[in-house]
Unconditional design. Structure first.
Length: 160
């Protein structure tokens, strides 16, 4: 191909012009390169989707843990402020403690159960999601420990 111009020295025939077979090879190479780029993009989309799913699961687990810890700490504060309410727990294996004041989502159930052992009162905080039609439920259980000292109770912290 020669471009017409005023200076004819620009359009000189050289021996570096591509042959007809090389043009087809370049097309095949570019198609393969495009396929690699598309596969890389699909891999990135899959990774992003997996990370979003993991992020949602982590958020749910954190919400469950915080709800269970919150209701357990609320029960511990109730018992340390009014130790006479804990005396009912000592005659039974397990006693559910009613707490109020926290606002939870409609699809979450929380409860606290007191379990007496020797001179300690274990508070089991339980939170779970109630999903309609789910084959399994996400839940979280935390344990807090109160020790009876005379007529009052002292918070010892979280039990493993």
């Amino acid at each position: 191909m020669c471009i017409r111009c005023r200076r004819q020295s620009i359009c000189r025939q050289t021996g570096n012009e591509p042959r007809a077979g090389e043009a087809g090879a370049v097309t095949v190479v570019m198609l393969c390169l495009m396929l690699v780029v598309v596969l890389f993009a699909l891999a990135m989309l899959h990774t992003i989707h997996t990370m979003q799913a993991a992020d949602e699961e982590y958020q749910q687990e954190t919400q469950l843990r915080l709800a269970a810890e919150g209701v357990t700490e609320q029960a511990a504060q109730l018992i340390t402020a009014h130790p006479e309410q804990a005396e009912v727990c000592w005659g039974h294996k397990r006693t559910e403690i009613k707490t109020a004041g926290f606002c939870y989502p409609d699809n979450m159930a929380v409860q606290v159960t007191a379990v007496p052992r020797q001179d300690k009162l274990y508070l089991l905080g339980f939170a779970r999601y109630k999903e309609a039609g789910a084959r399994w439920e996400r839940h979280r259980l935390v344990k807090g420990v109160l020790r009876k000292e005379g007529t009052s109770y002292v918070w010892l912290g979280w039990a493993p």
